[in-house]
Design a protein around this ligand. Structure first.
Ligand code: BGP
Length: 466
């Protein structure tokens, strides 16, 4: 079986992780700038200097059969204070990038928010403050109109779950709060409302393009499939990460099963959620209008029943075996015999991506299409005289593409696949030793070197076969 001729073989990027020039050319501060400076471990400058190097990156796409690129627009490059004043230099930069995309026959898939809320809005509560929802809708409307001749494929948000968990449960995103389940659910809900409002604006204006949202999903299996407590624990984590957001995306309301678990988890934390009737009006309308969903898929989890205290340690260094994720009354993530892990303890389990795709088709039959908007392997690449032999990454991508084909065969409408990442770039909580790119970046010289995986991916894109 082969991929169809119009299948997108893409590469993914995100503004803050690749552009560099974080405070140049009129760009405003984002939530990350001070947070990273305070940590003092690494910064996002110059990263892979996409701000100046996009020409060579897009030429490489063209040469290596990469016919789609995920790009995010940095909100603070356009509205340095989040609202109001516009920075024309930022607006022009993205015009130049999109034109270069088309010159190289690379379709841009554009995300409006990839973790980089302007600092002014972040300081006022980020998306927990409903004013940020309005500001986001204004920013979205501006971009839809400004880039309407260059952008056909839009995504509102990247990985709403990652924002919630990393900001309020794991504490690895600014400002490092931990174990606050109520804020995690509330920000997911508010961001879904912002997504829905942006979709309604896009459709109301009648643009000739498509729009959706990127969710990060992980299949949650019970550690012991015969143990009822483990089955419940897996469901808890599934609702927390997957089902809450999938319900909001495709149904526009939360199912009874979802709300039972949400209410339990929120009440254990002595919290309450603000879910307004008017929110569900817009969510329900948008649920019918999404053209597709982006699915970022990296790994699955095996969850065991857990009643102990909260205990999370994020492996942000690549020291294998140092991760811990035990969430009181939710569950504990376990290793599983026979399932390999990366140095950052991410399980390599491509069959679970198939399970997730099939589940979406079954549980949410009104979904229209899915793009796998991120999938890839963080790896400590060896650079020897310009040669980077990243066989484990090739194997990782090959197996995930095989399961993508199987899912298509099983009737799931998957339209494209984007490797995370196109070139090496900054990793939010890991810095620079965790490389994902098809193209190696020498951060000193900003020179790009195709890895073995880039040559392999080119062949797949040309033959449509894995
Ligand atoms: C996703 C993000 C990306 C990217 C990727 C790899 O969650 O959308 O921005 O960073 O994961 O994650 P990491 O860099 O933490 O390894």
């Amino acid at each position: 079986m082969k991929f169809s001729d119009d299948f997108i073989f893409g590469g993914a990027t995100a503004a803050y992780q690749c552009e560099g020039s974080t405070l140049e050319y009129g760009k405003g501060k984002v939530s990350w700038d001070d947070f990273l400076a305070k940590q003092g471990r690494f910064k996002a400058d110059p990263a892979s200097d996409f701000y100046h190097q996009y020409g060579q990156d897009l030429k490489l796409c063209n040469m290596f059969g990469i016919n789609g690129i995920r790009i995010s627009i940095s909100w603070a490059r356009i509205f340095p204070e989040g609202t109001g004043r516009i920075n024309q230099e930022g607006v022009d930069f993205y015009h130049r990038v999109f034109q270069e995309c088309h010159k190289n026959h690379v379709e841009p898939f554009v995300t409006l928010h990839h973790f980089d809320t302007p600092d002014t809005l972040y300081q006022k509560g980020d998306f927990l403050n409903r004013d940020t929802i309005d500001a986001f809708v204004e920013f979205s409307k501006y971009c839809f109109e400004e880039y309407k001749n260059e952008v056909t494929y839009w995504f509102t948000f990247n990985e709403i779950w990652a924002v919630a968990t990393n900001t309020y449960i794991e504490g690895t995103f600014p400002n490092g709060e931990k174990y606050n389940m109520t804020k995690a659910f509330q920000i997911m809900h508010n961001m879904m409302v912002a997504h829905a409002l942006a979709v309604l604006e896009y459709k109301k204006a009648g643009y000739n393009g498509k729009i959706g949202v990127v969710q990060s999903l992980e299949y949650k299996y019970p550690f012991d499939e015969n143990n009822l407590d483990d089955i419940q624990a897996a469901k808890n984590e599934d609702v927390l990460q997957n089902q809450f957001l999938l319900d909001a995306t495709f149904k526009g309301y939360y199912s009874t099963e979802t709300m039972e678990i949400v209410n339990r988890l929120v009440s254990i934390n002595n919290g309450t959620l603000e879910l307004l009737d008017e929110d569900f009006d817009v969510l329900k309308q948008a649920a019918l209008l999404n053209d597709y969903m982006g699915m970022n898929y990296y790994q699955s989890r095996f969850i065991q029943h857990y009643e102990g205290e909260n205990d999370i340690h994020h492996n942000g260094t690549g020291e294998k075996g140092t991760s811990r994720f035990c969430l009181k009354n939710v569950g504990r993530r376990m290793e599983k015999e026979g399932i390999p892990r990366t140095d950052w303890d991410w399980l390599i389990h491509p069959e679970s991506m198939f399970d997730m795709l099939v589940r979406i088709r079954q549980q949410y039959p009104n979904y229209k299409a899915i793009y796998i908007t991120e999938n890839g392997m963080g790896y400590k690449d060896d650079f020897e005289d310009g040669i980077i032999d990243d066989e484990p990454r090739i194997d990782f991508i090959r197996r995930h593409l095989e399961f993508t084909l199987k899912a298509i065969e099983a009737g799931v409408n998957v339209k494209g696949y984007f490797v995370w990442s196109l070139m090496d770039m900054f990793s939010w909580t890991n810095g620079y030793n965790k490389r994902y790119g098809l193209f190696y970046v020498d951060y000193e010289t900003q020179k790009r070197y195709p890895k073995a995986s880039a040559y392999w991916y080119k062949r797949v894109s040309e033959t449509k076969e894995v």
